[in-house]
Design a protein around this ligand. Structure first.
Ligand code: C2E
Ligand code: SIN
Ligand code: SIN
Ligand code: FE
Length: 381
């Protein structure tokens, strides 16, 4: 690659890396791009955890990308190649892994080669340093190839480029890790607040978790994009937050509601919407939409507005089913849990009536996953 191509490549890679929000996909992308820049046959990526390196990605064209060495932990010390790079922060450009100068404190570990009948010759191993100089991981590139597919040394001129690349990658990884932490804290807060609003102290609140995961599964089974599926997971827990405004004598009544009580109860959709609306954050706006629309019915007989079909926002149609499935599966102040056969019959009978056909299809496709989630997040009575 000439310099201009390399520069353009680096810029494109940077953009691509910073738009990845799944850590596993990001690490795969980093590995692919590092191999592309250096024309490497294979490579591995390690991230640092405390004083160890965790082996997370391996790619190998010759072995067809077989991952054979996971769950490997290497101490950050001078006794291994990756450990040395993580320990010293120096990169290594090795001509032949089987003939490493005895000036170095490490030798090449041939376990992988022996298991896979592979021969590692040239290696370029670089630290992933973040903006403060912290080493967060190591990229190990193996067997540079020339045009004819023969293994050659890694060219020295590529060293500064792959070092810059590894620093960009380190920043991208830190960004995703930070976002993950914030997202987890956000979800935790939302779950706790929604439980407080809806169930007082009567319930373990796993309902909120279950229905949000069901909503995500339904969205996935409908073929929605990753971003949409993640948004519905985060936005759906607040669907019933308006119940905070419902008096306990109604909310916790251990019997059927009378007509007047029912009028009050139906207000939880509008109250939820009022609490959540007009945010500058998209996620909160989706939450407000869901709060308002999750009791609309596909046939127009729902509340609060009695809107029909695709006029009901897609998120509301999805959450409607997730919510009912979980309400029927669970104990409520006014009802016992239903057996699964009865739930499935009732839900499927409502295809095109209470529920969107497309959502029912997704439910049928995702039923196994939904039941697994239910078992995993079962209430402890
Ligand atoms: P929820 O308990 O979370 O129930 C959510 C939805 O699941 C209900 O929305 C309904 O569509 C479905 N669902 C729950 N239980 C049954 C059932 O036994 N049979 C059928 N066919 N569907 C069921 P819905 O009806 O709009 O109710 C909204 C909320 O109003 C409920 O949320 C609950 O908090 C309250 N609610 C509804 N009915 C009663 C009741 O008879 N007594 C009391 N105390 N609260 C009720
Ligand atoms: C997305 O946000 O990923 C696309 C939304 C959709 O799939 O409908
Ligand atoms: C969608 O499925 O994402 C949009 C179409 C609809 O509202 O049903
Ligand atoms: Fe509700």
């Amino acid at each position: 690659m000439d310099k201009k191509t390399i520069l353009e490549n680096l810029i494109n890679i940077s953009i691509q890396m910073n738009s990845e929000y799944s850590i596993n996909k990001l690490l795969e992308t980093i590995m692919e791009k590092a191999r592309e820049i250096t024309n490497a046959d294979a490579g591995s990526l390690y991230l640092k955890e405390k004083n160890n390196l965790k082996f997370l990605v391996t790619q190998n064209d010759t072995l067809n990308n077989q991952n054979t060495a996971f769950n490997v932990i290497i101490p950050v010390d001078k006794k291994s190649i990756a450990g040395y790079v993580a320990y010293t922060g120096e990169h290594l450009n090795i001509k032949d892994a089987y003939n490493i100068s005895s000036d170095y404190p490490f030798v090449y570990n041939t376990d992988f080669d022996e298991k896979n009948n592979y021969r590692c010759i040239s290696m370029l191993v670089v630290p992933m340093k973040d903006n403060t100089g912290n080493i967060i991981g190591v990229i190990q590139l193996i067997n540079a190839k020339n045009k004819n597919g023969n293994t050659i040394d890694f060219n020295e001129t590529i060293e500064p480029i792959i070092n810059s690349f590894a620093s960009m990658a380190a920043m991208a990884v830190k960004n995703v890790q930070l976002k993950d932490t914030i997202k987890k804290a956000y979800l935790d807060t939302i779950y706790r607040l929604s439980i407080a609003a809806e169930f007082k102290d009567l319930d373990t609140g796993l309902h909120i978790k279950r229905m949000s995961v069901y909503s995500q599964i339904l969205a996935e089974e409908m073929g929605k994009g990753d971003e949409f599926c993640e948004k519905i997971l985060y936005a759906s827990p607040l669907h019933d937050v308006g119940k905070i405004g419902i008096p306990d004598r109604i909310l916790l009544k251990p019997a059927k509601l009378d007509a007047d009580e029912w009028i009050v109860m139906k207000q939880h959709t509008i109250m939820g919407y009022e609490i959540l609306k007009d945010s500058e954050h998209e996620l909160m706006n989706i939450s407000s939409t869901i709060a308002l629309s999750h009791h609309e019915r596909f046939d127009g007989n729902g509340y609060p507005h009695g809107i029909t079909g695709n006029d009901i926002p897609i998120e509301g149609r999805i959450v409607a089913l997730a919510d009912v499935f979980d309400a029927l599966s669970s104990k409520r102040p006014y009802k016992k849990p239903w057996p699964i056969e009865k739930i499935l019959t009732v839900i499927r009978e409502e295809r095109g009536k209470q529920f969107d056909e497309k959502v029912i299809d997704a439910f049928n496709k995702g039923l196994k996953r939904i039941l697994e989630t239910r078992d995993k997040l079962e209430d402890e009575f």
